[in-house]
Ligand binder design. Structure first.
Ligand code: 6MZ
Length: 358
């Protein structure tokens, strides 16, 4: 397991509110319990439980969103989540979150995102490059990173999520916000949320607009069986898809032809039973076909996992060695949404590290 921690890693599918530490959620719940907003004893066991159906996961998100509804908490969880990924040796994180409006406390989608940005600025365990400033990672710094003499550096970029419960107008508002925040590290749009809710056609105008404006797009695709939607999503040709669990032969063919990279979330798929067992996970077939893949966590808090555990799980379940796992991490650089300068820096980080532990 330790070597899985020490590989530099790229995380491209992590939901902010799904990645909160249990200890933080319990603390927030206790405070709201004391204020009489919730009954702590009713929610404690819901927070610590880690085997959940897909349906239960979305009920948990509704509870988490009650616990994280103010700006200060959004800032705190952002800082903690980034620091947790840094401690796993993640060198590039694409963190996604759904901008939220909460009129009772004066929260707009914009001020929610400003609270997220504040959280990025508050990180002190590592030097965070979140795209607002010129890259500070030059070769000297990378050498220092590799030999452990400098503070660790980490790139963080943001994706704004559209929740499948949202209207076309709300989705469009999120895309416009992403465009306004392009200079602040926002690189793309994600479509997520309960996969049995909402219609693809509701989000299509906003996603088309996003694409026309040059934002990159990743879609939660095929988390539940829905042939028509999966086909439409693949026809849209997003830059990446997440999950891809419930594909049939025709969709696999289409995906492989398109070479659209897949964000693979093993523990999430097993826990939510969208895949019945790890040995029949589509990772194997896609890996053998050399289809572009990236291992991701989805929700480290909700599924009690970490990116290193996902690497360890893949290595042990599919019989992959250190070399293969290193290459998997290194190849993920190609699928990030940040610009070529960042890609180049990351490639150099992998090149510098390679010799030291393969
Ligand atoms: C689909 C998911 C998800 O945006 O509030 N989310 N959507 N499938 C999944 N697999 C289990 N895991 C998380 O983070 C939480 C939100 O991310 C989406 C859901 O919309 C959830 O409410 P943010 O930071």
């Amino acid at each position: 397991m330790e070597w899985c921690v020490s590989i530099p890693k790229i995380e491209l599918h992590a939901h902010l509110n799904g990645s909160i530490r249990d200890s933080t959620l319990l603390e927030l719940a206790r405070v709201l319990g004391e204020k009489g907003v919730i009954a702590f004893s009713d929610v404690e066991h819901v927070i610590v439980k880690d085997d959940r159906s897909l349906h239960e996961v979305f009920k948990l998100f509704d509870l988490i969103h009650i616990l994280t509804s103010d700006h200060a908490t959004v800032t705190r969880i952002t800082q903690e989540v980034v620091e947790d990924f840094a401690s796993e040796n993640v060198v590039y994180l694409e963190l996604r979150t759904t901008p939220k409006r909460n009129e009772s406390i004066g929260m707009s989608k914009r001020s929610y995102m400003e609270a997220v940005m504040e959280g990025l600025r508050a990180v002190n365990a590592v030097d965070v490059d979140f795209g607002c400033q010129k890259s500070t990672m030059n070769n000297k710094n990378m050498n220092d990173v590799c030999n452990g003499t400098a503070r660790k550096k980490m790139y963080v970029r943001l994706l704004l999520s559209i929740d499948r419960r949202e209207t076309t107008e709300a989705a469009m508002e999120t895309v416009k916000l992403a465009l306004e925040m392009r200079d602040l590290g926002v690189v793309g749009i994600d479509l997520s949320g309960n996969p049995i809710v909402g219609e693809w056609t509701t989000f299509l105008p906003a996603l088309r607009f996003a694409r026309d404006q040059g934002l990159q797009i990743t879609l939660h695709c095929g988390e539940v069986p829905n042939k028509k939607e999966i086909q439409s999503m693949l026809d849209f040709q997003p830059q990446r898809v997440g999950h891809a669990c419930c594909f049939e032969e025709e969709e696999w063919r289409k995906l492989k032809l398109s070479k659209i990279p897949v964000e693979i979330c093993l523990t999430s798929n097993i826990r939510t039973e969208t895949i019945s067992s790890i040995d029949i996970h589509h990772f194997v077939d896609l890996y053998k076909a050399q289809h572009p893949l990236v291992l991701c966590t989805d929700d480290t808090g909700v599924f009690a996992t970490s990116i290193s555990r996902e690497y360890h799980l893949a290595a042990s379940a599919f019989g992959l060695g250190r070399r293969e796992m290193f290459d998997l991490a290194k190849n993920s650089v190609e699928f990030i949404f940040a610009d070529d300068g960042v890609k180049q820096d990351l490639k150099e980080i992998f090149d510098l590290t390679e010799g030291s532990w393969i």
